[in-house]
Design a protein. Structure first.
Length: 174
């Protein structure tokens, strides 16, 4: 009986605080929260305690299990929704991309900044991958069947191939 009274009283108090933006408990809570944040920011001891609480909480098997279950559930929902013909996620993504496109179409500065960013990123990527690309191309060329390659060239270049061969022979002879 006493526990029910305490819970009911606490519920009434919370309703009262929620209904009144100027309630003194709101100001008290704000002061407490600001003080707590300040202590976390400035006190190494507070920060260590908060970090330990966080680590202990996240290390609990129940939390790990809950996180795993939530991830599995979310993954399953996303996969099922993506397969559905009336996918909510697809509709939201499509709307988002259309809106981004509209915004980009109207803002030349953002387009220029993005283009510059792409140039820098691609230049860096190409620079870091060029040896791998050249090795890939060389490996592909080594695998070509010479007879098949000759047929493909003759089919695509046609009768002009004989002139290319003749010119190559003349230039090679010089």
């Amino acid at each position: 009986y006493l526990l029910k009274k305490i819970v009911a009283s606490a519920g009434s108090l919370l309703d009262e605080v929620r209904a009144d933006p100027d309630h003194p408990m709101r100001a008290e809570f704000d002061r407490f929260a600001q003080g707590f944040i300040e202590k976390l920011r400035t006190s190494k001891q507070y920060a260590k305690r908060a970090e330990k609480l966080k680590r202990d909480f996240l290390a609990r098997p129940e939390v790990k299990g809950l996180a795993g279950d939530m991830w599995a559930s979310l993954s399953q929902f996303i996969e099922q929704d993506a397969k559905a013909p009336n996918s909510v996620i697809r509709a939201h993504l499509a709307n988002m991309f259309v809106e981004v496109g509209r915004h980009l179409a109207g803002d030349a500065q953002i387009r220029a900044d993005m283009n510059q960013g792409f140039v820098v990123a691609l230049a860096s990527f190409v620079e870091s991958q060029k040896s791998g690309v050249s090795t890939f191309i060389a490996d592909q060329v080594k695998r070509w069947d010479l007879a098949q390659l000759t047929r493909l060239i003759e089919m695509n270049i046609g009768k002009d191939l004989q002139y290319i061969r003749f010119n190559g022979m003349i230039i090679g002879g010089l």
